[in-house]
Ligand binder design. Structure first.
Ligand SMILES: [Zn+2]
Length: 296
């Protein structure tokens, strides 16, 4: 495939929350890190709302996230992407993989899948239809070691993703499919996100390989933990951010990222604080040990 020079994007990052609740300190920290990395690299940054799982979504959450980011000085001049608009692209990609013999329907109920969630009864030989079945991609079993900008060399763990679900039996696209298709379509070059997703990366790289697409660079930053050492999330009791406290919230996120901005200025506002954070930006140190993963 030839690309004209106007198609070449040197750096494009993104923040991609699911509208399952308001932003909290953990999600703000991730959003800020991806924003600072993009600005530091004179790149672009976009916002994508991952609204493809209606049972988990909360009314009004998407608008509240957009408003919250704007209050904290995190805005993009690229139009916000809504995954629900991309449904047909996800379907077309599945169809393309099915036609190429690279995806198959699987009837295994959860109790019949193995401990890694894989098909156990050779469904790829059965020629099953879509109804009530998961669609699985036959991901390539190649070496998927990669260099993370924070963690360095990440080696392929034992094979856990050779027939990953890309379309769910409840007729919804799987996260794996949607995230890869959208990052490809929006020409995202750099993904800065929480290290709870470090071990999702190889499955995504396998799908990039299957779709014959060039993968982005990754930087996995330590997620904010609660007092019990669990990832800060709505499920672990994180509270939504108060937009009237944007400066304080940003200061906490900057502190979590380990950035030293010097003394606080009386004239600081979210925009000026972010401008200084861009100047002082560097990726944080890794936290996880080899083979360790964050328990959500
Ligand atoms: Zn099966």
């Amino acid at each position: 495939m030839s690309m004209s020079t106007t198609d070449v994007v040197r750096y494009r990052g993104r923040f991609a929350p699911s509208p399952t609740g308001p932003l909290h300190l953990g999600s703000l920290t991730t959003a800020l890190a991806s924003y600072l990395d993009a600005q530091y690299n004179q790149g672009q940054w976009l916002l994508r709302l991952e609204d493809i799982d209606p049972p988990r979504e909360v009314d009004g959450a998407a608008d509240s996230i957009i408003k919250c980011l704007a209050s904290h000085g995190l805005q993009s001049n690229i139009a916000t992407i809504w995954q629900h608009n991309n449904w047909q692209r996800y379907r077309d990609t599945c169809q393309q993989l099915i036609s190429a013999g690279q995806a198959f329907y699987c009837e295994c109920p959860r109790r019949q899948q193995d401990e890694l969630g894989r098909c156990t009864s050779g469904c790829y030989k059965k020629n099953l239809g879509a109804r009530n079945n998961n669609l699985r991609a036959a991901l390539p079993l190649t070496d998927l070691n990669f260099i993370d900008r924070v963690y360095g060399l990440v080696e392929t763990p034992k094979r856990t993703f050779d027939n990953a679900i890309i379309w769910r039996r409840d007729d919804l696209p799987a996260y794996l499919l949607a995230v890869v298709v959208d990052d490809v379509d929006s020409k995202v070059t750099d993904i800065v996100r929480g290290d709870d997703l470090l071990h999702e990366t190889q499955r995504q790289l396998a799908l990039y390989a299957l779709l014959e697409q060039r993968p982005p660079r990754f930087a996995h930053i330590p997620v904010v933990l609660n007092e019990e050492g669990k990832k800060l999330s709505k499920q672990t009791g994180a509270t939504g951010l108060d937009n009237t406290q944007a400066l304080e919230n940003l200061q906490r996120a900057i502190q979590h990222l380990g950035l030293e901005l010097g003394a606080q200025l009386p004239s600081d506002n979210p925009q000026s604080l972010i401008a200084r954070a861009i100047q002082h930006w560097r990726l944080p140190e890794p936290r996880l040990q080899k083979g360790q993963s964050i328990i959500n």
